[in-house]
Design a protein around this ligand. Structure first.
Ligand code: TUI
Length: 311
């Protein structure tokens, strides 16, 4: 039990990252049924898709689940309203500042937990009324900040009085235990759930994660202000060439458009964006969600026994 499990009413202090295109109602319901908090990722989808996903998820689980809003999505305001109408248990946000939506979500009784890549944004989110923050290190897959989990989490813990959840580079009990030692009250994991039986993605995506080694991911698009960590392939080579000649955000964007769908839906090994965190190198098999989570916390509890109260 931590402040987080009490706040949300879940068994394990674990969130599944709301990964665009990857995190639909199947994986969200599986994680919630296994005792964590499953999260549906809106990515670039529209409000009709998300409403259906919420309804389908409710058919598969009676446990709390969340929805992640990617704030770069031009339809974020419409999605924000649907989430308030549907009164989902938890909203997480990414890739921007959630401030203007927080009052509406709080009024609907929703627990609001933004992802933050910095102390400054964590403090702003606390001031704007967030219930907790997810401090996400650059080890993560997808859209990333600059600080590592090891450096970011304790600095955010010191800066705010709300619970902090650690994310980035966590996929087993050692990562969970380390996060607690840094002062976090819970963890968010993404990549490990891309290697689960229940996740609804192309087999090639799962295979890419299983085959990945420690140095298999890279961040593209930093120079254009759109840093995304993904598994190296022919597409990342093309991104590299564009970056070398200081291509514009628009050029980078046009190469990236549709590439996540190509990875998740088509399994296009050469032209897809296979977003994954640095911890992919440690993930070597496809496993059921329940086993992933149970083993993670059995190991963490063993490591932390005798460590005294940590959160
Ligand atoms: O959002 C994520 N990860 C994501 S979103 C995504 S969808 C996408 N698809 C194609 C291109 C780009 C994105 C894939 N992965 N993680 C949470 C996160 N948020 N990481 C970093 C941030 C962040 C960055 C800056 C949050 C706030 C922020 O603040 C800027 C500001 O306005 O202060």
């Amino acid at each position: 039990m931590t402040k987080l499990t009490e706040m949300i009413g879940i068994k394990y202090p674990l969130f599944q990252g709301g990964m665009a295109w990857v995190a639909d109602h199947h994986i969200a319901a599986a994680v919630s049924n296994a005792g964590g908090l499953g999260i549906i990722g809106c990515g670039g989808a529209d409000e009709n898709w998300i409403r259906t996903q919420i309804q389908e998820c409710r058919k598969l689980t009676d446990k709390p689940f969340g929805v992640n809003v990617m704030l770069m999505n031009p339809r974020a305001p419409q999605i924000a309203e649907v989430l308030a109408e549907e009164k989902v248990a938890v909203v997480t946000t990414g890739a921007g500042s959630a401030g203007k939506f927080i009052p509406m979500w709080k009024e609907a009784g929703i627990i609001v937990i933004p992802v933050v890549p910095s102390v400054a944004l964590a403090k702003k989110m606390e001031k704007d009324g967030a219930d907790a923050v997810i401090a996400e290190g650059t080890e993560s897959g997808g859209h990333v900040g600059e600080l590592t989990t090891m450096a970011l989490v304790p600095q955010v813990v010191d800066a705010v009085n709300i619970p902090v959840i650690a994310a980035g580079g966590i996929a087993d009990g050692r990562g969970v235990a380390a996060s607690f030692m840094l002062g976090a009250c819970g963890v968010q994991c993404g990549t490990v759930f891309c290697a689960s039986e229940e996740v609804n993605i192309h087999q090639n995506y799962k295979d890419m994660i299983i085959k990945a080694k420690d140095r298999s991911t890279q961040v593209t698009g930093r120079s254009a202000g759109a840093p995304v960590r993904q598994i190296k392939n022919k597409l990342t080579k093309k991104f590299e060439e564009l970056e070398k000649r200081n291509a514009s955000f628009e050029e980078m964007e046009s190469l990236g458009v549709g590439a996540l769908r190509k990875a998740v839906v088509e399994g296009d090994i050469d032209n897809g964006t296979f977003m994954a965190g640095q911890i992919a190198g440690m993930i070597n098999e496809i496993r059921p969600v329940q086993a992933i989570i149970d083993d993670m916390f059995a190991e963490a509890n063993k490591l932390l026994s005798g460590a005294g109260p940590v959160c």
